[in-house]
Design a protein around this ligand. Structure first.
Ligand SMILES: C[S@@+](CC[C@H](N)C(=O)[O-])C[C@H]1O[C@@H](n2cnc3c(N)ncnc32)[C@H](O)[C@@H]1O
Length: 317
């Protein structure tokens, strides 16, 4: 609680709350950093150490589905011991540690949020994985890393925050060795999304604005951006297949129920008044509820998928 309170301040809180009033695609890096400074502990509490969605079969455990989703990337990148790999936008390193353990590769986690990186370093040390991991503070649109320094790169639901996806993918292209593969999961709007339907538009805005996400592309736009950055595409496939869901926890879990939300609000408010929780914690938890509703509704309307798998490579000269 002490570290969290130190990290949390009213200015950051106001910056983040203001995102809901801005036009889509106008969130800057400072806002995104502030957003993750504030929400990381809430995320860990609600989701664990992997901050991404996954497609889940009916009755399948979330843990198993998350594991499959992460390890699919290791398989697509053909990761092996001795390879140098970059995780762009690594969160607190949940997927990074799983993929490093599974593959034996060395993985560098790049992240703009120092608060998350401090945690990632701690978790890697606790898991005795320092020899296979390192962590770098930086922006994936302008990374403090050398040209062609990685055999493979992956990113999981992180380029969704890039003010310019093109810049982000160009940077990944620069960092990758010729012949290396870049893979990841991205957000996309599906064919059902209609930009002239006010409900579709407002649902996507709720999702994007309250989780610091930039405007969500179509699959075709995502393809064009990867190609414009210089990549050759090997696979572009929505892994959210008919009969699967990504939002079961948001819709039907106890945590998402009105009674649990009312209890959380009352508890956060009381802790904030008693100065146990930092000032603004109630506001932030309410903001997360709005974005959770946005994700849940977009899933119900089938206008959105967070599970677009892309696999692309950098040509040899
Ligand atoms: C949805 S989280 C996903 C984290 C991680 N990939 C996972 O699945 O657990 C997005 C991550 O991208 C990072 N991020 C956002 N913008 C970034 C930027 N410009 N440069 C580097 N990291 C960034 C955030 O700090 C956060 O860790």
């Amino acid at each position: 609680v002490r570290t969290y309170k130190k990290n949390f301040n009213t200015k950051k809180c106001d910056t983040v709350v203001r995102m809901g009033e801005q036009t889509a695609a106008s969130k800057d890096q400072q806002q995104i950093r502030s957003y993750y400074d504030l929400v990381t502990d809430f995320y860990e509490f609600g989701w664990g150490r992997s901050f991404h969605f996954c497609p889940q079969f009916a009755k399948e455990s979330r843990q198993l589905a998350m594991q499959r989703h992460q390890l699919r990337l290791a398989e697509k990148l053909k990761l092996k011991p001795g390879m140098r790999v970059l995780d762009a936008g690594c969160g607190v390193g949940g997927p990074l540690l799983n993929i490093a353990r599974h593959s034996g590769a060395h993985i560098t986690g790049l992240n703009i949020c120092e608060y998350q990186l401090a945690k990632a370093r701690r978790y890697a040390a606790k898991a005795r994985m320092q020899h296979q991991t390192d962590f770098v503070v930086g922006d994936f649109m302008n990374a403090p890393l050398s040209d062609a320094s990685f055999d493979a790169i992956y990113t999981i639901e992180a380029s969704v925050h890039a003010k310019s996806r093109l810049k982000c993918f160009q940077e990944m292209h620069r960092l990758l060795k010729p012949g290396g593969v870049f893979a990841g999961y991205e957000y996309v709007v599906t064919e059902r999304y209609d930009e002239n339907n006010p409900l579709h538009v407002s649902t996507m805005r709720k999702l994007e604005d309250y989780s610091a996400v930039q405007q969500t592309p179509t699959i075709q736009q995502h393809r064009e951006t990867l190609q414009a950055a210089g990549f050759k595409i090997l696979q572009l496939e929505d892994m959210l297949k008919p009969g699967m869901t990504f939002n079961s926890r948001l819709k039907s879990s106890w945590v998402a129920s009105p009674i649990a939300r009312a209890l959380t609000k009352a508890l956060t408010f009381t802790l904030e008044k008693l100065s146990v929780a930092p000032k603004g914690a109630t506001k932030v938890s309410q903001l997360l509820n709005i974005s959770a509703d946005g994700y849940a509704d977009a899933g119900e309307l089938e206008i959105f998928s967070p599970c677009l798998l892309f696999v692309a490579y950098k040509e040899t000269a």
